[in-house]
Design a protein. Structure first.
Length: 289
C-alpha cells in the first residue's frame, strides 16, 4: 500500500508501477473526488486533460441518483467540464439495468427519489405510483431523496411491510457537501425503513456492488487489471474495486480521514491526498524504464 506519509516517488514499488502502467481507464467517483458539493477541486480539469494526453480514458461513477444523467452533464458543464452521456454511470442507471435484467415483469414502482430521478425511471419505461394505498406498485425503490416528505416515507414503509420487492440505489449514509449541513443519504433512509418495518432492502445496487464497474469494463472492452476505481469512501468506492478485482485508489479529498483509511483491512491499494497526487504517480510510473 502506498500512502501519503511518503513521497510517491520514494514509495512506489515496481509491482505497483507495473499495475499503474496497465491502467487504460479510470472510474472516477464524483462528490468528494472531483468536486465537493458545488465546488470543483482546482486539480480536476488538469487531471482530466492529462489523462486524455496519456491515452487513459475515464468515466464518472456516482452513487448519488438525485440527478439524471442530463442534469449531471449540465452540472459538470457549469463547472467547466465537458462530458458525454457515455462517460456517466449512476446508481439510478444501475438500478434500472438491474430491474430490467432480473425482474422485467416489474413495471410499476413506488419511488423514493427526486423528481429528476423519477423522470429518469419513467423515461426507462417504468410507471411511478402515487402516494395512494389503491395505487399498488410491483416494487419499492429507495434512494437519496432530497425532496422526501413524511407521507411518502410512510407509504414506502407500508409497501415494504407488505413484502413488496424492495431495492435501494446505494448504501451511502450521508452525501458529501461543502455546506454546514448533514445530507442524509439513501443508507440512512433505508435504516429508518428497517426500524419501522424490520426489513432491509432485498438488493442494494450501487457501489460497492461490482456491477457498476463491470458495466464500464463491458462498455470499453476492459479487463479488471486495466481499470482503476478512484474515490473518497472505503465502504463504497474501495470495496467495489476489491469486489471487481480492480485497482482501488482512495483519495482523502472527501469523506475518509487518513487514520480511518490506514485502519481498514484489507485496505486500498493506494491512499493519496487527491487526484493531483494520483496524476503525479501515474506519470512517474510511466517514466520508469
Amino acid at each position: 500500500m502506498i500512502t501519503i506519509e511518503n513521497k510517491v516517488e520514494e514509495s512506489l514499488s515496481m509491482e505497483m508501477a507495473t499495475r499503474l502502467r496497465q491502467i487504460k481507464h479510470i472510474a472516477l467517483d464524483m462528490d468528494g473526488t472531483i468536486y465537493n458539493g458545488s465546488t470543483l477541486f482546482p486539480f480536476t480539469i488538469t487531471f482530466l486533460n492529462k489523462m486524455r494526453e496519456l491515452g487513459i480514458g475515464y468515466s464518472f461513477l456516482t452513487n448519488n441518483p438525485s440527478r439524471s444523467t442530463a442534469d449531471y452533464l449540465y452540472h459538470l458543464k457549469e463547472m467547466g467540464i465537458e462530458a458525454t452521456a457515455d462517460e456517466f454511470y449512476t446508481s439510478a442507471q444501475a438500478t434500472i439495468d438491474y430491474i430490467h435484467t432480473h425482474h422485467p415483469e416489474y413495471k410499476k414502482l413506488f419511488l423514493l427519489g427526486t423528481p429528476s430521478m423519477i423522470r429518469e425511471f419513467e423515461e426507462a419505461g417504468f410507471i411511478s405510483t402515487s402516494d395512494d394505498a389503491e395505487d399498488e406498485p410491483d416494487a419499492v425503490v429507495a434512494s437519496f431523496d432530497m425532496s422526501l416528505v413524511y407521507p411518502r416515507l410512510c407509504r414506502a414503509a407500508w409497501w415494504v411491510s407488505r413484502k413488496k420487492f424492495y431495492i435501494a440505489t446505494n448504501p451511502d449514509r450521508v452525501c458529501p457537501t461543502d455546506k454546514p449541513v448533514v445530507l442524509v443519504d439513501c443508507g440512512s433512509i433505508c435504516s429508518a425503513l428497517e426500524y419501522a418495518t424490520g426489513r432491509k432492502p432485498d438488493v442494494i445496487v450501487g457501489k460497492p456492488d461490482p456491477r457498476m464497474l463491470h458495466g464500464i469494463m463491458e462498455r470499453h472492452g476492459l479487463r479488471a487489471e486495466q481499470i482503476a476505481m478512484v474515490g473518497d469512501r472505503i465502504y463504497t468506492d474501495i470495496l467495489m474495486a476489491q469486489n471487481a478485482q480492480a485497482l482501488g485508489v482512495l483519495v482523502l479529498s472527501g469523506e475518509t480521514t487518513y487514520d480511518t483509511a490506514i485502519s481498514v483491512q484489507p485496505g486500498p491499494d493506494l491512499i493519496l491526498r487527491d487526484l493531483a497526487e494520483l496524476q503525479e504517480l501515474i506519470i512517474f510510473a510511466q517514466n520508469i524504464s
